[in-house]
Write a protein that binds this ligand. Structure first.
Ligand code: ZN
Length: 161
């Protein structure tokens, strides 16, 4: 069983690398001109403040996504992974990712929860490492709550507190 635990450790190192890579070199960073939907996410406990922009076309597909703001490595990496993931998706599929990520990381169900079985988290599974650090879960899910708010047009700003 030593071999197995070693490989799990290697996997965790890879995930850590992926998070650090996205934190150092965020994808799709900046303001999105012509965005149709946007929302700001604030996590006062950590000081993360991110704004996420989406261009959603007439048939409900996310044609582009960007984010700006500042935050800790985990919040920035999560927003970077989010934009990487949802570009090209229908909004319904993006909301499925929101539900899957939030429930996976926080271990509880949120309002508007959808069935999770059909969602393959792919590289987003890298975020799961924060489960060991409950105070960082809000950092990792911040961008996802902003996505949910932007797509549903519920409010301009979401706060974790
Ligand atoms: Zn944070």
């Amino acid at each position: 069983m030593i071999a197995q635990s070693q490989s799990q450790e290697e996997l965790r190192d890879l995930y850590r690398e992926l998070i650090l890579d996205h934190a150092r070199s965020p994808r799709h960073f900046g303001k999105l001109d012509g965005a149709t939907h946007s929302a700001e996410g604030i996590n006062p406990l950590c000081g993360d403040k991110l704004k996420i922009y989406f261009s959603i076309d007439a048939d409900g597909r996310i044609s582009d996504a960007k984010f700006e703001g500042s935050g800790c490595a985990i919040s920035v990496a999560s927003a970077s992974l989010l934009t990487d993931t949802v570009i090209g998706l229908k909004t319904e599929a993006a909301l499925d990712f929101f539900s899957a990520v939030v429930s996976r990381l926080s271990g509880r169900m949120e309002d508007g929860e959808r069935p999770l079985s059909k969602v393959d988290l792919g590289k987003l599974i890298a975020l799961e490492g924060v489960k060991e650090f409950p105070s960082r879960v809000k950092c990792a899910t911040l961008a996802w709550h902003a996505l949910n708010s932007a797509i549903r047009n519920e409010s301009e700003t979401v706060s974790t507190e």
